[in-house]
Design a protein around this ligand. Structure first.
Ligand code: SF4
Length: 913
């Protein structure tokens, strides 16, 4: 047995287990005095070190060991979480949790299981680093009957063992097999009866499923896309309701449907909903495929470079991370960082660069020139998606794919957008243009590659073209000219001048433009914004001073130069691909490389260079009523971090509609909160506006459908508006949060409208909850991603969670773990320049109220997720206007009362049978 001191902690208690087996609950001060070295065992070393104020990371982290042995098996990052994953009985007592540690280690170091892991010896020897590296490595090797020894890089080339993917032709049958009512009903019955937890047969779900079939009627492309807006209350069974006709139609017609969501959580949920209901295969003939942006997947070339680099460098932590990532690469089926096979807590455990940083997030891919191309996770997902019947996508990717498609015939003709209330936000960012210093730095890095001596994965244009253009002097000239012009783009060194608030030496045209713009924005904010009450560090751009216009012209010339040379290069590459195709024995690899390169060059031109040039050239005249521009400065940790000009569509659903209309024949947009009303047949205007349905050519083709939730909200929930809490008294606000969370005995979610207030109140709330033995987790405070925080909150029914919008949108916690939602303020839209433009366009104050009601409706909807749930919704803002009451179900009583009475009534509600 491993003889070592163990420290187990949660947000409320710390337990110390000495190497001699003595156990005690200790204070923070007492545990610090016991820890003389880092030779201790913990669960989540960085989290523990931060909480305990340790200078060095503890050497033995049971979470690292778990991630190594079970890289793809879900576990919440706690002792109880690991115990549950291993089938060991968990305990709510922290002393018993400390005692579980040895049982867990015994399980994780079981020699029989270790021997079943392929190439484990090579990976462990790499991580052991001759005994100076990962503390667990020698122990695991000993269990295998081995000792630490040297290995060569060849032994670690485990990526070569991955299977190759095959290309496929997409399914494209004719659309003549229309759906009929009986088939839809029969298939839903079949699905409901074949689920392991037999679901209730609900008439609303059947009706909803029939209605979704509207999106699968025959139509004429480009003239009359069928659109269905379907609001179905929580508990109707939307997912199966729409997957049912989608699957039937795709299967009957050998065709494809894209089902798009906003959150990755829902994507995962849909995949598991269909598990066992439709025939699945592991290869390119799979019927169901999840598609995400490239930045979500592990790039094997990046992993290889990481392993090579860490093998040479004396950085034990990087080696540990590379070893665990090698294990994950071995076991994951899809290489998807945001999928169910990746531990969402690994980046905080091992470091961002060492985990998510191994994705192809910066467009560095060299496609067919890459040795791993035929084994690449990303390319595999793309190839599989061509052939799948159902593609689970996200809103952003669905829009991007549709807007960049070279051949619209290859795009899906039918879409279902779930979480339709988020379409507006997704379109807003997809069709945005950000002309900022950081964006231009990124373009320079993409064109020039790494310019420092440091080892980096940054490849640059020349490297990407290697082997393709050496015989073509015109192409060479284009590359030389584009690279020469790219030297006028901002360089990384300018960031230090930005942070310090000064100017750099020998600045180039673009650097001078951005730093002068920064000075101008600050002056404008100083002069005007206080009076206008504008939000943060932004100002209206018009009129622009002539000095900025002159600098903008230089920047514009640089960008136009680069664009001109890239467009010429695209032309040459396309012709070369065409010639290759005409060859008697065309080189498919070369054609593929040329096509991928031209696509990514074209994307840089279309998404960056063209809109930037247009923005700079129009600085003297506002962009017209469809767009809104502003200048802004981003700040991080009290310093300027980016500066630039931003352009948005006032109504981003206009480009959304025109992009989809070009190829989509049927679209169903669904959500539990599409309309701004609780009454049947009301509030559809908001849905038409927010989903873009009103911008499709033939609005007559839009149908609407509503079915209410089957839940009895009246008896299952209570709504309180506290009317005696003074506004702007932070100390009383913190106390109110703590008292309410204690009254609920945990299971409370505190939503803040400002990160700053969350951070400043967190210590006060945490101190009070710790005394009451209630663990507290907090977004923007705890160094963990939102998904992991929600998993922890869900797993510990007595815990509480603080967060902002992202937590509100990501929470789907049925049962006791979520029984109270507390809002500190009415979530009015922030008064930014962009918001002001939209407010004016969409109807003034009524628009603000619509948006706020929808947010409250969505938040309230998080409280009751199943017919067993009960919960309390509390608004601490005394300025809550009655115009917003429509956000809540009609029959639920809204009680305006004091904080003390709210606490008493809430306790009474929870204690009632
Ligand atoms: S093909 Fe591209 S994304 Fe895939 S492993 Fe190679 S470089 Fe990475």
């Amino acid at each position: 047995m491993l003889k070592i001191s163990t420290v187990i902690m949660n947000n409320a208690e710390i337990c110390f287990l000495s190497e001699d087996g003595e156990i005690e609950i200790v204070s923070l001060e007492a545990v610090s005095s016991k820890l003389k070295t880092n030779n201790i065992l913990v669960c989540h070393a960085p989290y523990t070190a931060k909480k305990l104020g340790l200078k060095q990371l503890p050497r033995f982290d049971i979470l690292e060991l778990y991630a190594f042995i079970y890289p793809t098996k879900f576990a919440v990052p706690t002792i109880n979480g690991i115990a549950k994953a291993l089938g060991i009985t968990p305990s709510n007592d922290i002393e018993e949790q400390a005692m579980l540690v040895h049982e867990i280690i015994e399980h994780l170091t079981n020699p029989t299981h270790l021997k079943s892991i392929k190439d484990i010896e090579s990976i462990l020897n790499f991580m052991a680093y001759q005994g100076q590296g990962w503390a667990w490595a020698p122990i695991l090797l000993e269990q295998l009957g081995k000792q630490v020894s040297n290995i060569s890089i060849k032994d670690l080339a485990l990526w070569e063992k991955r299977p190759e993917w095959q290309d496929n032709l997409p399914p494209r049958g004719n659309y003549k097999n229309a759906l009929n009512e009986t088939a839809i009903n029969d298939n839903l019955s079949l699905w409901l009866s074949s689920r392991s937890t037999r679901a209730e047969d609900r008439p609303q779900q059947r009706l909803y499923s029939q209605k979704i079939a509207t999106a699968f009627k025959e139509t004429n492309i480009g003239t009359n896309t069928h659109i269905l807006l379907a609001e179905a209350g929580t508990g109707v069974g939307k997912s199966l309701g729409y997957l049912n006709p989608a699957w039937l139609w795709a299967n009957q017609n050998d065709n494809q449907v894209w089902v798009s969501t906003y959150t990755k959580n829902l994507q995962k949920q849909l995949e598991s909903e269909l598990d066992g209901l439709i025939p699945r295969q592991q290869d390119e003939h799979d019927t169901l495929v999840i598609r995400k942006g490239r930045e979500n997947y592990l790039c094997l070339l990046n992993l290889e470079e990481q392993v090579r680099t860490t093998q040479l460098a004396e950085k034990p932590n990087d080696r540990i991370a590379a070893g665990i990532m090698l294990r994950w690469m071995q076991e994951t089926k899809d290489g998807d960082f945001s999928g169910s096979s990746f531990h969402g807590w690994l980046p905080t455990l091992l470091g961002y660069q060492q985990t998510l940083g191994l994705s192809d997030s910066r467009g560095e891919c060299i496609y067919a020139a890459c040795d791993h191309y035929k084994k690449c996770f990303i390319e595999h997902a793309v190839a599989k998606a061509k052939n799948a019947k159902i593609v689970l996508s996200n809103h952003a990717l669905s829009m991007i794919q549709a807007s960049i498609a070279v051949n619209p015939v290859e795009l899906p003709s039918r879409y279902i957008f779930d979480e339709g209330h988020h379409l507006f936000d997704a379109a807003d960012s997809t069709f945005a243009s950000n002309l900022t210093l950081l964006e231009m730095l990124e373009l320079r890095r993409w064109l020039l590659g790494a310019e420092t001596g440091r080892k980096t994965r940054s490849r640059g244009l020349r490297k990407r073209l290697e082997g393709l253009i050496e015989d073509n002097s015109k192409a060479e000239d284009c590359v030389v000219a584009a690279i020469r012009a790219a030297h006028q783009l901002p360089n990384y060194q300018i960031l230090s001048a930005l942070k310090k608030g000064g100017h750099g030496e020998r600045m180039n045209a673009c650097e001078t433009f951005f730093l002068s713009l920064r000075d101008h924005i600050k002056q404008q904010i100083h002069n005007n914004n206080a009076a206008q009450g504008l939000y943060g560090s932004e100002c209206a751009p018009y009129p622009v001073p002539s000095s900025i216009i002159a600098l903008a012209l230089h920047a514009q010339n640089t960008l136009s130069d680069i664009r001109r040379h890239l467009l010429k290069l695209i032309d040459i590459l396309l012709k070369k691909a065409e010639q290759e195709r005409l060859n008697e024995t065309p080189d498919a690899t070369e054609i593929n490389r040329l096509e991928n390169l031209t696509t990514s060059l074209q994307r840089r031109c279309d998404n960056n260079l063209t809109p930037w040039i247009s923005m700079l050239s129009q600085l003297e005249t506002p962009p017209g009523q469809d767009f809104i521009d502003w200048f802004g400065i981003d700040r991080a940790e009290g310093k300027d971090s980016d500066v630039g000009m931003y352009r948005r569509w006032v109504d981003p659903m206009i480009p959304f509609a025109s992009t989809l209309q070009s190829h989509a024949e049927g679209i169903a947009i669904t959500s539990a909160t599409l309309r701004d009303s609780q009454h049947e047949n009301e509030g559809w205007e908001t849905a038409l506006e927010q989903t873009g349905a009103r911008h499709f050519k033939d609005k007559g083709q839009t149908e609407t459908f509503y079915t209410p939730s089957p839940f009895d909200y009246k008896s299952k929930s209570k709504i309180f508006i506290v009317n005696d809490l003074p506004k702007n008294n932070l100390s009383l606000l913190g106390k109110a949060y703590a008292d309410l969370m204690i009254a609920s005995g945990g299971g409370a979610l505190g939503i803040f409208t400002a990160i700053q207030r969350l951070r400043s109140l967190h210590p006060q709330i945490e101190t009070a909850l710790t005394k009451a033995n209630i663990p507290l987790y907090a977004q923007h405070v705890d160094d963990m991603d939102v998904g992991t925080l929600i998993d922890l909150f869900k797993d510990q029914q007595q815990s509480c969670l603080l967060g902002t919008d992202a937590v509100r949108d990501g929470v789907d916690v049925p049962g006791e773990a979520l029984r109270m939602i507390i809002f500190e303020r009415v979530p009015w839209p922030r008064p930014t320049i962009l918001h002001k433009a939209r407010r004016q366009h969409f109807g003034g104050r009524a628009y603000d109220e619509r948006m706020t009601r929808l947010k409250l409706k969505q938040a309230y909807g998080r409280l009751i997720r199943s017919d067993q749930d009960r919960g309390v919704f509390i608004m601490l803002d005394t300025m809550f206007p009655s115009r917003l009451h429509d956000a809540f179900p009609d029959d639920v009583e809204i009680v305006k009362t004091s904080l003390a009475d709210t606490i008493e009534q809430a306790e009474g509600f929870f204690n009632a049978d």
